[in-house]
Design a binder for this molecule. Sequence first.
Ligand code: F6R
Length: 616
Amino acid sequence: MCGIIGYIGKQKASKILINALKNLEYRGYDSAGIAVREATDIKSVKKTGRVANVEAEVHQANLKGGVGIGHTRWATHGGVTEANTHPHISSDGKFVLVHNGVIENYQSLRKYLEEKGFDFKSETDTEAIVNLIAYHYRKEPDNTEDRFTSAVRKALIHLEGTYGIAVLCVDCPNEMVGARNGSPLILGLGKDENFLASDVSAFASRSKDVVYLNEGDIVHLHSDKYDITTIDSRNVSAIVESLDWDIEESELGNYTHFMEKEIFEQPQALENSMRGRFSDDNSTAKLGGIDLSPRELRSVDRFVMFGCGTTWHACLAAEYLIERFARIPVEVEYASEFRYRNAPISDDSLIFAFSQSGETIDTLAAMRESNRKGFRTLAITNVVGSSIARQTNGGGIYQHVGPEIGVASTKAFTSQVLLSSMIALYMGRLRDMSLGDGTNYVDALKSCPEMVDRILKQADSIREIAVRYSKFNDFLFMGRQAMFPIALEGALKLKEISYIHAEGYPAAEMKHGPIALISEDCPSVFLATSGRIMKKTLANMQEVKARNGKVISIVPEGTEVPKECADDVIFIPRCHEAIHPILATIPLQLLSYYIAVERGCDVDKPRNLAKSVTVE
Ligand code: F6R
């Protein structure tokens, strides 16, 4: 949430900052602004709304300087106004700052600084940081060599909360200072230019050498050098890593929306998630990122899995898959609840965090709490070098699905479910799954991309169904067993991008309450993929039809769905149970995407949402 960028170099900073903000916009789109060093002054341009709004103004301002910072905001403290838009300037005009995070003690800091004569113009927590830096700068002797960094360091000591910041000082024309604690900040190194950003997508087109800053790091930047220290003044030797980034992956290409692109990328994304991850004899998975021996894994008596939102649904799907195929109990938690719940957990439990971004603050905090208690922690994440990936003590599994830019998660979800299915296979084969069953399982996983492709080829007929149902304002999604998490995911997808009220339930639960909602105005989507409970699910559909409810059913090819059970039927290929949840997800993604488009919604930037939730 909130994206920050800093540029220091010889090019026109304003252009680079605006391009970077466009790539960071998925992190928040309430307002945006930049500040650029011009001769002896720092000029800023800010606007509420999208980056495109500020771009037009920046063009007019014709800023020429080569040093600047930018921000795209997801509002936390204070409404969506120009006054609350970053960058924020200290009341003495000496410092300009952008911030991602939340300062919890900002009110007491603000009171203190107001008493010292600082004026506040916004309602933000951020303004307290920039004024606190100015306050400490004033107290430093004039001739101190690192007066700028020292003032930032002294201010940061007093902050409670999270921050990723980039700061400019009027007295130091060719310098920038950045720091992080709890919010991501990455240093990009170029030729005669350097960058600071919340996410590598902001500068990946210009720099492939990166330093992932650690918690408590402060970086002092020039265009041709940098040094990193900790908040308590210790030197840090930076580890420069090379980015493996294909710029085309973050471009829209021929698609209208990133969500559409990411839905259609799934066959390739799933292929990438699996690549190199099967044993030579094709009977089990190879999960090289997990730093635990087969012996240690055999002694695991329980998985505890946590995540947020869509990713929590992936954890729920993992529960069904792992319990079914590896016969190991799985407990699924919302990361935000787990962190504070202090749940009793056995010593032989394995903690697994799921997070596409690797930066979700609740998941990160739950992971840290588990590390503190001495548990083995692992993660499934998509973003290499992300905070969660670096906090595990037992390794993890990278998804390798490329950048997910649409705010509504699609390819990251199906890849997480696929990797969960691979964990189920691996753990099952360590225990009592036979070689023959393992081989069938691997074949099923390998066939998954092709089967997803077959469903995507039905996009036109799914769009036609979506258009017919797009006027309804309430939906129910129902599925049993491993289809229950997919029902929840279908409901979330629909509500987040089209603002339609939708709920997911285990189909049999319908009679215990939700059936009261059924009417001709509330359609139901039924997921009925399992032969074992097909008859019961068909009966549930009939119960809805008997109450004038419309039904869309998603069933395996060849299933006879009687007319009295469903109005519309979407077929998915017949497949092994290990990939049912993945295949059933695809029509739901397409349905919600086309319904949202039909309703004229901003699919990639749904209201109030942002990707990568870095505030609690
Ligand atoms: C919904 C969605 C969110 C994320 C959640 C966790 O479509 O994308 O619910 O799944 O914010 O994000 P990550 O996986 O980055 O931790």
